[in-house]
Write a protein that binds this ligand. Structure first.
Ligand code: ATP
Length: 350
């Protein structure tokens, strides 16, 4: 099921939560809606589902496989939902929860009892909970409950699966496992899904396509690699991970020459460098553009070492290196070093 949205807006009491958005969610792909709190992600998801109706404009459309469904209510759109707070029925077993959507179907559409059992057990196997089919939700962990919620959403064979921060309430380890697990499930079943998150790592790891939203608008649409390595603008660059921003300039006569200080008679630009995109040298290198800076803090953070530098203007520069590189460099607090960017992103100041 391919979904296309054209010129969709949603206004709540004069506030535009979604502002003239047009976007496609490709068939069989997992798209992440990524953005800060209040950027309109959930509202866009609810518009796709039919839980909100868009502002009335002549040219707005919500197309499911080319058919305009904007006048269809939620029941007719055949969407499955998984929300942040697993809304399982507490008085029902795992099996009954997953079977629920099938058992309440109209008689003419409802599968036979044996078929319901087969489908539910197949889904429970898929989410690796078949041995727990008889448990009550209170006897499950948070991660297991979310897997039941996912199986339940998939049971009705939805055309599209909508997930609103489905792992938001879980701890980091379980969250991480469920991400991988959702990705695997997606590779097995190939349903079209839209996944709301404000966690950039989650979006980059799980999605085929990432839509970065800000203030009700789309800042960029692309693959995880696109949005991370070729951000469309400063907002995307800043939102997708830590970044060091310098005010600098580019030589008018030689655009390869970049300087890390602004000047009144050249074009000022923003130079943005990710913490892992620096080379660190003990000595000044004449052939390279460098930033002299002193180490102010060294901190081990899991697989990387975070080093804070202070440049000559007093600005803090954050650099990440591997443990191996760190050991080889033999550096210590207070030492003066020279930083040169391996990769930088240039944006002209407005
Ligand atoms: P979060 O990550 O915090 O869930 P979000 O990106 O999903 O945020 P939305 O929930 O879509 O953002 O909300 C976008 C804006 O619309 C917010 O400013 C919110 O307060 C507003 N909004 C959402 N729903 C309503 C509503 N029913 N009535 C009034 N304002 C609303």
């Amino acid at each position: 099921m391919a979904i296309k949205i054209q010129n969709i807006s949603k206004t709540f009491n004069c506030f535009k939560a979604v502002d003239n958005v047009s976007v496609e969610f490709p068939d069989g792909k997992l798209t992440a809606l990524l953005g800060p709190s209040g950027s309109g992600k959930t509202t866009l998801l609810r518009l796709v589902a039919g839980l909100e109706s868009p502002d009335n404009t002549n040219d707005s459309k919500i197309l499911f496989n080319g058919k305009d469904v904007s006048k269809n209510d939620v029941g007719k759109r055949q969407v499955g939902f998984v929300f942040q707070h697993y809304a399982l029925f507490r008085h029902m077993t795992v099996f009954e929860n997953v079977a629920f959507g099938l058992t309440v179907m109209k008689k003419k559409d409802r599968p036979a009892k044996a078929e319901i059992k087969r489908r539910v057990m197949e889904l429970l196997q898929l989410v690796q909970l078949d041995t727990m089919y008889n448990r009550m939700p209170s006897q499950l962990s948070g991660g297991q409950r979310q897997r039941v919620a996912l199986a339940r959403a998939l049971a009705i064979q939805p055309k599209v699966l909508l997930l609103d921060e489905p792992f938001g309430a879980l701890d980091a380890k379980v969250r991480n496992e469920l991400r991988k697990w959702l990705r695997n499930l997606h590779e097995t079943l190939h349903f079209t899904s839209i996944f709301v998150t404000h966690d950039q790592e989650e979006a980059l790891e799980v999605a085929d396509q990432v839509i970065v939203m800000n203030q009700g608008r789309i800042e960029q649409i692309g693959t995880p690699d696109d949005v991370f390595h070729q951000p469309a603008n400063e907002f995307v660059m800043q939102f997708l991970g830590e970044v060091n921003v310098f005010s600098g300039r580019i030589d008018k006569n030689n655009s390869d020459q970049i300087h890390f200080t602004a000047s009144s008679n050249t074009d000022t630009v923003n130079l943005m460098i990710r913490p892992h995109d620096f080379e660190i040298h003990q000595q000044e290198q004449t052939e390279k553009q460098q930033i002299p800076a002193r180490i102010t803090r060294i901190q081990t953070a899991g697989p990387i070492v975070k080093i804070d530098f202070c440049d000559e203007s007093g600005k803090t520069i954050i650099v990440h290196v591997s443990h191996e590189d760190f050991r080889n460099m033999k550096i210590e607090d207070g030492q003066k070093m020279y930083l040169s960017p391996k990769q930088l992103y240039v944006q002209k100041e407005c």
